[in-house]
Design a protein around this ligand. Structure first.
Ligand SMILES: Cc1cc2nc3c(=O)[nH]c(=O)nc-3n(C[C@H](O)[C@H](O)[C@H](O)COP(=O)(O)OP(=O)(O)OC[C@H]3O[C@@H](n4cnc5c(N)ncnc54)[C@H](O)[C@@H]3O)c2cc1C
Length: 400
């Protein structure tokens, strides 16, 4: 029998993150958003609650929760603000779970443990000024000399670029393969902000996720010990895609939370606002928008739960996670647009939260695979052009 109910443990987690968000962040988020301010105190509180190492086993400093818990946390955080969920995506999803799966014991002790404990913050650097969807277009190179690699390049549009301590960076180690755009020439590295030749900055022109930090970092012959190569040389592309399976999962669950936030704010407003002698909630066209928000919310939730169940079972889930991410992020755009519509002119002002939802939702339709890239992927699965082959390393199954 398929069980759609959350366990008591999951419900407890859901309630505690929900209560924390409502108490500690919701009253201040408009101000942080207006001031384009990333509040490190929020990060500290998330670390204290064990959220940053949510699905990392306790032996590596984490909370030892399952992947459904990671989804629950992501959904609840984005219900409050997208900037909070982004922290989970890059730190807990893209970075920590990649280290857990592909890291050596030494790398886990040196990097995963402090990250899972929230003592160090981590992110993921794939995108460059001239290469986003087309990963083969990255220009960063890592040249090996003796026991070190020397990494040179620039990463752009990186979440937490000015906040993180550790960076998962992708670079070409085989320059012949770079010329031929053969991804088996890409490798993954753990790079510390403290390494000489590393610098970062914040993107000031961004118009969404304003309480979050997004920026760039530059590497000018950064000396990286060979011991910081993640996986084997040439496995970087596989690791980058593996990491996206984890990040996309948190994005999918987060977008589900955003749809719920749109639904709740809109239904509240619809019950208060009156036109033509009745509450706008009585107008059928307004009800239609609310009904779509509800169906999008429920469908999105089922999709990320299914992806999470596959992760818990240790099964490959690229197809299911991609579908969940694509569906829920596009649905969140629909919900955010309609929530502004239901609020009329008030929705056009940041006195109400829906304008923020409208700005924030768009990022997730772009990052971790654009809407178009996900459409192509799903069509290729249907057509049999694409199949998921087993990887050398898989996310460890969690049996509860
Ligand atoms: C807020 C934010 C945070 C981000 N955080 C990170 C991060 O932490 N780390 C990181 O590495 N990156 C991050 N990114 C970058 C993000 O992953 C890229 O922006 C994304 O992969 C798209 O790449 P691009 O912007 O270069 O667009 P492009 O790849 O140039 O695409 C431009 C347009 O062309 C379309 N397109 C491209 N190729 C095809 C095709 N084959 N068929 C059809 N349409 C196509 C795209 O769908 C898109 O509409 C972030 C981006 C944003 C906005």
């Amino acid at each position: 029998m398929i069980d759609f109910d959350l366990t008591d443990e999951h419900q407890l987690l859901e309630n505690s993150v929900r209560e924390w968000g409502a108490r500690e962040v919701a009253p201040r988020i408009r101000e942080l958003d207006r001031e384009h301010r990333f509040d490190k105190n929020i990060l500290t509180q998330m670390a204290d609650m064990g959220l940053l190492g949510c699905s990392v086993p306790q032996e590596y400093g984490g909370a030892g929760m399952d992947y459904i818990s990671l989804g629950i946390v992501s959904e609840e955080l984005e219900y409050v603000d997208t900037s909070l969920r982004v922290i989970m995506s890059v730190h807990a999803g893209l970075n920590c779970l990649s280290l857990l799966t592909w890291g050596t014991e030494d790398q886990k002790q040196r990097y995963l443990v402090p990250q899972a404990q929230g003592k160090k913050i981590a992110t993921y650097g794939l995108t460059e000024p001239a290469a986003g969807s087309d990963v083969r277009g990255i220009q960063t190179v890592a040249i090996k000399k003796g026991d070190n690699y020397y990494v040179t390049g620039e990463k752009m549009w990186i979440s937490l670029a000015d906040v993180a301590d550790n960076f998962l960076v992708f670079a070409w180690t085989d320059l012949e393969k770079k010329k031929n755009r053969d991804t088996s020439g890409i490798s993954a590295f753990i790079i510390e902000r403290a390494f000489k030749g590393f610098s970062s900055g914040t993107l000031k022109e961004k118009w969404g996720i304003l309480a979050g930090n997004t920026g760039f970092f530059k590497m000018d012959e950064v000396e990286v010990p060979a011991a910081n190569l993640l996986g084997r040389e040439g496995e970087g592309f596989k690791i980058a895609m593996f990491a996206l399976d984890q990040g996309r999962y948190t994005v999918a669950a987060g977008a589900t939370g955003l749809i719920r936030a749109c639904r709740d704010a809109s239904s509240k407003y619809a019950l208060e606002r009156e036109t033509f002698g009745q509450r706008i909630a009585e107008h059928q066209l307004v009800k239609e928008m609310l009904a779509h928000m509800e169906s999008d919310y429920q469908a999105s939730r089922l999709l990320w739960l299914r992806a999470g169940a596959l992760k818990n079972a240790g099964r490959r889930n690229t197809r299911e996670t991609g579908l969940a991410k694509w569906f829920s992020t596009v649905a969140s755009e629909r919900a955010a647009g309609d929530s502004v519509q239901i609020h009329g002119a008030n929705g056009y002002s940041d006195e109400y939260p829906v304008g923020r939802f409208y700005r924030n939702c768009k990022g997730a339709v772009i990052y971790e695979g654009t809407r178009e890239i996900h459409k192509l992927m799903q069509a290729d699965y249907v057509l049999g052009f694409r199949q998921d082959k087993p990887l050398r390393c898989e996310l460890p199954a969690i049996q509860k």
